[in-house]
Design a protein around this ligand. Structure first.
Ligand code: NAG
Length: 238
């Protein structure tokens, strides 16, 4: 197979590495790791057992190297089955939608989500995971590092595209690396991963809004990707 389960990001050279569903895959990816600034695991992964085993191995190797890891989609399913895989690794960022969030929350807190207290739930999930950064995607995105909860309700439109989550996870890979390099001195003492998450949510929403203005309800995630340059300039380069 050649599904992508792991992507690397530097701003100039984001790559999607095809991870073969062979027992050797982890070793293959390990050769790449010294050149990777961050790893995004989940989009397009699926739940095939061999692929999940490989994803697990890649997470373990990335942790050993201290590489920031973004976990999305079926990567989150893997985590809900085996939280210890990522628990306590504070260079990880999880990006669950509401469904994925509920599954993780119930696995960790042994309680259903309290729908009258979304902020508290996001905070508690982050704490239960050992204060790694959690981004609950939704009409407004809720972000927590176990200490604070930040809300991103920037722009956007009523329309969410399939694939929009991939754009968030990918841009988060880049911004997490940047923020991590910059360190807390350059993020006003804020947790760099919290700042990166807010930035990536804002960027994704800005892309959504710009594409929607041009194309209305026919916009797709590719149309959003086409807006990244302009959106980035508008948000971060003024
Ligand atoms: C997580 O953060 C909270 C709030 O800052 C703190 O009380 C707690 O000790 C932290 N837990 C870990 C595992 O770092």
């Amino acid at each position: 197979g050649s599904r992508c389960s792991s992507g690397a990001s530097s701003w100039s050279e984001p790559r999607a590495l095809p991870v073969p569903d062979s027992p050797n895959a982890v070793h293959e990816v390990e050769k790449w790791l010294p050149r990777l600034h961050s790893v995004v695991i989940g989009p397009g992964l699926g739940r095939d057992e061999t692929l999940l085993e490989n994803a697990k191995g890649i997470i373990e190797k990335s942790k050993m190297k201290g590489i920031p890891i973004i976990i999305d989609a079926d990567g989150l399913w893997l985590i809900s089955q085996q939280p210890s895989l990522i628990q306590g690794y504070q260079r990880a960022i999880l990006t669950p939608n509401y469904m994925e969030f509920s599954r993780l929350y119930e696995a960790m807190l042994r309680d259903p989500v309290d729908s009258s207290d979304h902020h508290g739930c996001v905070l508690r999930l982050s704490q239960a995971m050992g204060n790694l950064t959690v981004v609950q995607k939704g009409e407004r995105d809720l972000i927590s590092d176990g200490e604070k909860v930040v809300v991103c309700g920037h722009e956007g439109s009523g329309r969410r595209c399939g694939g929009q989550g991939d754009l968030l996870a990918g841009s988060l890979g880049v911004l997490a690396h940047w923020a991590f390099l910059a360190g807390a001195e350059r993020t006003n003492g804020q947790n760099p991963f919290l700042v990166a998450a807010f930035g990536a949510c804002s960027l994704t929403r800005q892309c959504n809004s710009q594409a929607f203005q041009k194309l209305g309800r026919s916009m797709t995630a590719s149309d959003m990707v086409a807006e990244v340059g302009a959106a980035f300039g508008k948000l971060f380069e003024t």
